[in-house]
Design a binder for this molecule. Sequence first.
Ligand SMILES: *[C@@H]1O[C@H](CO)[C@@H](O)[C@H](O)[C@H]1NC(C)=O
Ligand SMILES: *[C@@H]1O[C@H](CO)[C@@H](O)[C@H](O)[C@H]1NC(C)=O
Ligand SMILES: *[C@@H]1O[C@H](CO)[C@@H](O)[C@H](O)[C@H]1NC(C)=O
Ligand SMILES: *[C@@H]1O[C@H](CO)[C@@H](O)[C@H](O)[C@H]1NC(C)=O
Ligand SMILES: *[C@@H]1O[C@H](CO)[C@@H](O)[C@H](O)[C@H]1NC(C)=O
Length: 214
Amino acid sequence: GPSIHGRRSVLPYSLFSSGVWCAQALEMFVGKVPFLEALNGSTVVLPCSYSSCIGIENLYFNWQFNDNGTMKKVCESTIKSEGVEPNVKIFRERVEFVGKNNNVSILLWNITFDDGGQYTCFGRNPKEKDRNHSAIFSLIVVDKLREVDNTLTIIIASAVGGAIALLMGFMLLKNFSLYVLSKLEKKNISHWIDNTEHGLSGSKADSKPTPKKK
Ligand SMILES: *[C@@H]1O[C@H](CO)[C@@H](O)[C@H](O)[C@H]1NC(C)=O
Ligand SMILES: *[C@@H]1O[C@H](CO)[C@@H](O)[C@H](O)[C@H]1NC(C)=O
Ligand SMILES: *[C@@H]1O[C@H](CO)[C@@H](O)[C@H](O)[C@H]1NC(C)=O
Ligand SMILES: *[C@@H]1O[C@H](CO)[C@@H](O)[C@H](O)[C@H]1NC(C)=O
Ligand SMILES: *[C@@H]1O[C@H](CO)[C@@H](O)[C@H](O)[C@H]1NC(C)=O
């Protein structure tokens, strides 16, 4: 019968490399926040980077745009080995490859509303039995209207804030007037006390023998 030792391992992962236990051989990352909201007309970066435990050899990668259900290639290339700059073929206008090392990010110039949607960053490493991996990044293109909305909100907020400030000002003014009044009253009293004190000291001085004068 077949022995356990005769079985070939079909798991290329579970490799121990550079002190890191790798659960997955090839991985594509689009960042912790896999979406971006950008204004039409702006220029954006669609981030993607790869990592591999055992290293790469002729890593094939591409970016695909989900155009209403059909995946359209944005760009593609093969990275011979780590650190070798790929010669990237671009199939879509206003796209520029800005990746280097393990970064395969692309730049989208002057985005339009048609550029909004899902972009898939795909990688395949032949060295790892053509292990595939992909990650999806979403681009949301927004109009300047939102900015107007924001300014409106700010205007409203500052108007409300202004009203509150005015109200507080009134209250402060009221408190201040009360404070001044109380101070004035106190001052009058103290003035009166001062006068009496002066009067007393004056009378005391009068009763005392006149100090020597030069
Ligand atoms: C963004 O879209 C709006 C509405 O379609 C348009 O008026 C505006 O010119 C566009 N902005 C840019 C920079 O393309
Ligand atoms: C998406 O495709 C469907 C059918 O293929 C079509 O009816 C629809 O209008 C398309 N939508 C856009 C936004 O192009
Ligand atoms: C982006 O728009 C600017 C200004 O409209 C233009 O000068 C530039 O050539 C455009 N870039 C691309 C790649 O279309
Ligand atoms: C990859 O490069 C782009 C453009 O230079 C940068 O915006 C992005 O943060 C980089 N990503 C990583 C994971 O280094
Ligand atoms: C990777 O994807 C390709 C198609 O893009 C497919 O032919 C191949 O079988 C896949 N490999 C694995 C290991 O899933």
